[in-house]
Design a protein around this ligand. Sequence first.
Ligand code: 6PG
Length: 242
Amino acid sequence: MRGRTLLLTAGDRRGAAALAVKLWADAARRALRRKRRFSVAVSGGRTPLEFFRALARSRPPGLAHTHIFQVDERFVPRGSPQSNYRALEAALLRPAGVPRANVHGISPEGTPKLSAARYEADLRRFFRPRRGCFPRFDLVLLGLGADGHTASLFPGAPALREKRRFAAAARQPGGLQRITLTLPVINCAREAVFLVTGSEKSAMVREVLGGGGKVPAALVRPHRGRLVFLLDRAAAREPLAA
Ligand code: 6PG
């Protein structure tokens, strides 16, 4: 594991969520001091939900200047129980009162490719990256699948090879179409945090921390940023011998 990598372990899911709230607040304060705005991209799935609810209760600093993007989204209507946006809105955006203008969701309309292109246009408008450069998030919050996927970058996916675009259409093996940030954007972040809980992830956590071969999560290495693994004890545990 190259670069600055920090491993934090909490006793349980609630403790991991509390640590994630502190990481968010610290990153927000640094960003707001530097440039009066805080840009963050959050993943979907189940793991971050406890964190989102704890964050909403914590009254995080600088919410009026915080811009929340999605790391990825399933290509389903926003009203679908599988929508990451729907879960994010219920757990964080609404209870914390995040201004609507500060929310940059992936809109699952038209086709996945069109949706990815629209999202890329939103990213360009907000970050205004120089030619050939990528949006540089202050914080990207990632999950980890037991198969080593992160965002909606699944093992062997063509989106893993994307070198130019900021967002891409993807597909969960045997599952939903998705839209995802690409690795160049994730690796441009000032800080990328894997929030991983549960014993079912412990084997993959070990693999990724050990260098992880070519699983997608092992390709997350912020070029000019910090990589944090924030685990609960169950995910940090040495996997039981098979
Ligand atoms: C998604 C997520 C995905 C998630 C991992 C872990 O849309 O499902 O972005 O990448 O982070 O699959 O999911 P859980 O947190 O539900 O285990």
